[in-house]
Design a protein around this ligand. Structure first.
Ligand code: PFF
Length: 460
């Protein structure tokens, strides 16, 4: 048996998995989705999704990975045979496509970090116009996202402990520090409390079908579930570690960063008299305006820190996204890690090019006729989201009918003496067998209908 590498211990695993979870999803996407879906109402449904659906799926994924000690395909294959192996492959493919567009957005964040800290972005008279021009500038986009992919590959090619774990041990604490600093600053601004109120006091009438769909897909994306990332990371976890409590810590760490991002952004937005419903450009168009208003020096420092935070968060996630297919090729095809990592990085970068040019450079990709006139990047991202909830639901079906819940329980009791017979065991078993497959199945179908036809048009 080849030595695949391991996380050094509990902390290493938790930081790496939390690093995978905490990403652009928390700092870029969570606030704009919350802003569009009524703030606190969204937060409420989101928390429910995490507790009811995501936490059990996370436990299941890590258990599968640790049981077999292999990549996503190998784990399903070993426990369930060839046909279930396809579920692993489906996840690996989803990971490749997520990374393809994720790296484009990460490139924007990297470019903004450089242009705010060292360039003159904040002197620009029109930040909306700047963003529009920026995402249409092919050379900037190419270089920054290529740079980001190179950073990712450099880390992953170093292996699990020396690369992934070491990088996360530096970046994750830095990320928390920057975030806390920014929250303290934003809460001291005038009218900050209006933002806090919007974010924390739910208006139940704001809860619509769209709120539930958005909260669900965001929760799965944010916790990196449904595509085998945590099967892969779980495969590097030692048998004496407590999987259930680690999953709880990872879920809380990720959810707290999403929560705190909202707590940082909404006071900023409200104190500047801006609207929180801006959508995807919220972070790239509204925040620079706010940093600009802070004056040349403070704006540079606060704005630069914010985009550095975004880059760190993105990098710990891109690393896990690249690790999923890399582990597959290393484990199944016995290929050398370094070659695999660089080859995959190049391939995925190329797959991302249509997303990169879909923001206006290529009109057809900017307004897809079969996708309600939305752009290609949004299309890929939506399809990946759907595949995550389907993948999570199928994983629960796999555990229930193929691997069997007792075998999962046995795996989970390693490193956790009090698991068997506990309330937590009953909760995890009940949700994995009944709640998750049912809800994830129904909601995934509704989301597909919504994305292609618009749910209001079909049912309204
Ligand atoms: N969880 C990441 C985020 O919130 O940005 C995105 C992600 C990373 C999804 C890794 C899936 C994954 F395997």
């Amino acid at each position: 048996m080849t030595n695949r590498g391991n996380f050094s211990g509990r902390l290493g695993f938790i930081l790496a998995a939390a690093g995978s979870a905490v990403g652009l999803g928390n700092i870029w996407r969570f606030p704009y989705l919350a802003g569009q879906n009524g703030g606190a109402a969204f937060l409420l449904i989101y928390l429910l999704c995490i507790f009811l659906l995501c936490f059990p799926v996370m436990v299941g994924e890590i258990a599968i990975g640790r049981k077999v000690g292999s990549d996503a395909y190998g784990s399903y294959y070993k426990l369930g045979g060839r046909s279930w192996g396809f579920l692993g492959l489906f996840g690996i493919l989803a990971g490749i496509f997520i990374l393809s567009f994720y790296n484009v957005v990460a490139g924007w964040a990297f470019g903004y970090f450089l242009e705010i800290s060292f360039g003159d972005l904040l002197n620009h008279p029109d930040f909306g116009g700047f963003f529009g021009a920026y995402v249409n500038d092919i050379s900037d986009n190419l270089w920054f996202s290529l740079g980001f992919m190179v950073f990712t590959a450099l880390i992953v090619s170093q292996g699990v402990q020396k690369g992934i774990e070491a990088a996360n041990k530096i970046m994750m604490p830095s990320l928390y520090l920057i975030l806390i600093g920014l929250i303290i600053y934003s809460l001291t601004l005038p009218n900050a409390m209006a933002g806090v109120k919007f974010y924390l006091i739910p208006e139940l009438s704001e809860i619509k079908a769209q709120t539930v769909f958005d909260a669900l897909r965001q929760a799965f994306f944010s916790l990196s579930l449904g595509m085998g990332a945590l099967i892969t990371y779980g495969s590097y976890v030692k048998k004496d570690q407590n999987v259930v409590s680690s999953a709880a810590v990872i879920s809380i760490a990720d959810t707290s960063v999403a929560f705190f991002s909202g707590l940082m952004i909404f006071p900023l937005v409200f104190s500047a008299g801006q609207s929180p419903t801006e959508g995807p450009p919220l972070v790239f168009m509204i925040l620079p305006q706010i940093f600009h208003d802070m004056g040349p020096i403070i704006g540079r420092v606060v704005g630069g820190s914010f985009f550095l935070l975004l880059c760190f968060a993105a990098l710990t996630s891109t690393v896990s996204l690249l690790e999923v297919p890399a582990a597959y090729l290393v484990d199944q095809k016995k290929l050398p890690r370094k070659g695999v990592v660089w080859g995959l990085a190049l391939l995925i970068f190329i797959i991302g090019l249509p997303s990169m040019v879909s923001q206006g450079m290529v009109p057809f990709l900017n307004k897809l006729p079969f996708y309600q006139g939305r752009d290609f990047l949004t299309f890929v991202s939506d399809m990946c989201d759907i595949s995550l909830t389907i993948g999570g639901g199928l994983m629960c079906v796999f555990i229930t009918y193929k691997w069997k819940i007792e075998n999962m329980n046995e795996e989970l009791s390693l490193g956790n003496d009090t698991y068997m017979g506990s309330i937590l065991q009953k909760y995890i078993n009940f949700t994995i067998q009944y709640v998750c497959p049912l809800l994830l199945g129904i909601l995934s179908i509704l989301v597909i209908i919504d994305k292609f036809f618009g749910i209001d048009k079909v049912f309204g």
